[in-house]
Design a binder for this molecule. Structure first.
Ligand SMILES: Nc1ncnc2c1ncn2[C@@H]1O[C@H](COP(=O)(O)OP(=O)(O)O)[C@@H](O)[C@H]1O
Ligand SMILES: [Mg+2]
Length: 284
């Protein structure tokens, strides 16, 4: 790895690929690389958790391997699976052949289907491994991830233990829909990403929507910040403020006021009750 000598250097590198970190993000990334530990990034949707892993891959010139988690994810989709179809064809073709020989053959490399975890372990080039939305898998499936994270190895009964060829940089993300196991948390450096301060959000907007006038970016950041303070069900995230910026540009709006905000609240908010509440608060 390039080896950053300070959190400030991490910040500069992230900015160079259009990711605007706060001090905490840069510090934890710096430490994760120094201590060779996975980072567990937790926070609401749309605050730049997944994007951070992508940005890290970019600044290191590494390939990003992503394991998207979901309920029901199991070993066969996370680690490896045998190519049953191919095995079956081989068995049919070899009817009457020596069974031991066939068995050795069909449980060999060319019948193996690599899934993201195995792919990351066996990659000859170091990669960034993103285990995205890990809170969606059942707690039992975490055990599988743990083996990989603890020892950077995995066991495949037919092939033996696979040891990591190179050390991946690992980022796990969680939207906090359930508590993760202590064992998993213990392996990782913890990073909470919340909604950005108005200044950072303004910078993010200007980076992601380059045509946006600075004045409008400041106004958007201010209004979004204000809306987040309301007692609503789903606060607008950075993704929504970017959508809102694009919306205002598309409509040719140069100045944000209560009227404009009310007319376009559906871009920021995802529940009608929230829209009604904020519209009432804006007094329109
Ligand atoms: N710090 C940031 N710098 C630049 N863009 C950001 C930042 N945070 C969020 N974004 C933008 O917000 C979008 C949503 O971020 P994403 O990583 O998908 O959110 P999540 O936290 O749900 O994984 C990204 O596509 C990116 O454009
Ligand atoms: Mg994400």
């Amino acid at each position: 790895m390039t080896g950053f000598s300070s959190p400030g250097e991490v910040a500069d590198a992230l900015k160079s690929v259009d990711y605007l970190p706060d001090d905490r993000i840069s510090q934890v990334v710096f430490l994760a690389e120094r201590l060779d530990k996975p980072v567990l990034v937790e926070g609401p949707a749309g605050v730049g958790k997944t994007e951070l892993a992508k940005a890290l891959a970019q600044i290191h010139g590494r390939r990003l391997i992503r394991l998207q988690c979901y309920e029901g994810l199991d070993e066969s989709k996370a680690l490896y699976e045998w190519n049953y179809r191919k095995q079956l064809l081989r068995l049919q073709a070899d009817e009457g052949a020596d069974w031991a020989e066939v068995e050795d053959d069909i449980f060999s490399e060319s019948f193996l289907l690599e899934r993201p975890l195995l792919e990351a372990l066996r990659s000859p080039e170091p990669v960034v491994l993103l285990i995205d939305e890990v809170d969606r898998v059942e707690i039992e499936t975490e055990a599988l991830l743990l083996e990989v994270l603890a020892d950077f190895q995995a066991s495949i009964p037919e092939l033996g233990t696979v040891q990591a060829v190179t050390r991946p940089l690992v980022v796990l993300t969680s939207n906090n829909t359930r508590d993760l196991s202590d064992a998993l948390k213990r392996r990782c450096l913890f990073l909470h990403i919340g909604y950005p301060e108005a200044d950072r959000e303004r910078e993010i907007l200007l980076t992601r929507v380059p045509e946006l006038p600075e004045q409008l970016a400041s106004q958007i950041a201010g209004v979004v910040r204000h809306i987040r303070d309301q007692p609503i069900r789903k606060a607008p995230s950075v993704s929504e403020s970017i959508d809102w910026a694009r919306t205002l540009l598309a409509l040719g709006i140069e100045e944000v006021d209560e009227g404009v905000t009310t007319e376009t609240l559906h871009v920021l908010l995802k529940y009608q009750a929230d829209i009604d509440k904020v519209a009432a608060e804006l007094g329109t």
